[in-house]
Design a binder for this molecule. Structure first.
Ligand SMILES: NC(=O)c1ccc[n+]([C@@H]2O[C@H](COP(=O)([O-])OP(=O)(O)OC[C@H]3O[C@@H](n4cnc5c(N)ncnc54)[C@H](OP(=O)(O)O)[C@@H]3O)[C@@H](O)[C@H]2O)c1
Length: 334
């Protein structure tokens, strides 16, 4: 029997366990595509799933990895042919379907995005779900009237995967970007990727009244909790907040004052099931007019597939920064 290598997660009476396994090569059914994965990446969600410290997977066992990029090996859908370069992020990957930490990935054709010109498997996975989510935030904010004239964009969780791409995208689009980060030692790097100013994590701690001095034209928030509440109180009239993450908490205690007196908008962003037309549009932007000036500058680490499990604990402990790439392809060679 022909097999392929995958990083598979189990949860049963014996508890959580995850590791590399050999699985039988799947044959794509009608409407499905078999992809040979070249690169994947590590997102916060992948670290939660890989360690069993978050309820990410809906069914077990499953192959981990919410991201993959590679080449079509076999297709039972007319939209894709062998040799096509493709990207898969979100949908059911590492949720209720095997994910991208595998040499081969069999998915519905409707989950795949053709690789846009200007990106390849490696650069697409430097961006990955983190970059796609940052692009979704940009899209939601621009659609809702965000302009540089409203004021600077605050990015929280700035040194993280989503945060660093959000900084680079808004900088590329001509915005002043203020990075809020708990990692003072990364100040030079944050400046290099596009931040004009850097604040510490408690910089807004005194913003306690329902309305405080307006300081930002918009914000991309990866942290949630009290920090998100502080942002609502300090946003300029008609500004937008893209709510993406909960690295600091899932609760939100604020008042309606910023919304009804300043016309502030809180825009939810969910990258998982973005419909295909918008998905393709966002990847096209990431490849062209929104493309970060230096994609490699966002990358902190490239792991060989075999070393993947090493990074999960570090990420959950806040000891990683930027994007973490996983090179899957070399282990496919005999
Ligand atoms: N809505 C969606 O579709 C979507 C998609 C992707 C990710 N997410 C969520 O977005 C968040 C960021 O994801 P990511 O992949 O970028 O993760 P990441 O690379 O681990 O980045 C998270 C960053 O948040 C900051 N942070 C961590 N713990 C914190 C705490 N206790 N209090 C305040 N700040 C803290 C850190 O930045 P600093 O040290 O610089 O402060 C950290 O680098 C996660 O909550 C993730 O689940 C949501």
């Amino acid at each position: 029997m022909e097999t392929y290598t995958a990083f598979r997660i189990h949860q049963d009476e014996a508890g959580h366990r995850a590791g590399f396994e050999q699985l039988p090569i799947p044959r794509p059914g009608p409407g499905e595509v078999l992809v040979r994965v070249a690169y994947s990446s590590v997102n916060y969600k992948d670290a939660l799933a890989g360690t069993g410290r978050g309820k990410i997977l809906r069914t077990f066992p499953l192959v981990g990895g919410i991201d993959a990029a590679g080449t079509v090996e076999a297709s039972e859908d007319p939209a894709f042919r062998p040799g096509d370069a493709v990207i898969a992020t979100g949908w059911g990957l590492s949720f209720d379907h095997d994910g991208g930490y595998a040499e081969l990935l069999c998915v519905p054709a409707s989950w795949l995005v053709p690789m846009p010109e200007g990106l390849d498997a490696r650069t697409a996975m430097i961006l990955g779900t983190a970059g796609f989510t940052a692009a979704l935030a940009v899209h939601r904010m621009l659609t809702n009237g965000q302009t540089p004239a409203l004021g600077p964009i605050l990015v929280t969780g700035a040194s993280g995967g989503v945060g660093c791409v959000a900084i680079a995208l808004f900088a590329r689009l001509g915005y002043e970007v203020v990075a809020l980060s708990g990692k003072a030692a990364l100040a030079d790097w944050l400046h290099r990727i596009g931040a004009t100013r850097i604040l510490g994590r408690d910089a807004l701690a005194d913003a306690k009244r329902p309305l405080e001095r307006a300081r930002w034209g918009g914000a991309v928030d990866n942290v949630g909790g009290e920090l998100l509440a502080q942002i609502t109180r300090t946003l300029a009239p008609h500004g937008n907040i893209a709510s993406i993450g909960l690295a600091g908490g899932h609760q939100l205690e604020t008042t309606v004052m910023p919304f009804i007196l300043r016309g502030v908008s809180l825009l939810g962003c969910n990258s998982v099931d973005v419909p295909q037309p918008l998905r393709r549009t966002l990847w096209e932007h990431l490849a062209t007019d929104w493309r970060p000036a230096d994609l490699d500058a966002l990358l902190s680490k490239t792991l060989d597939f075999a070393d993947l499990p090493e990074v999960f604990d570090d990420m959950l402990a806040g000891q990683t920064h930027g994007r973490v790439l996983v090179k899957i392809a070399p282990s496919t060679q005999p």
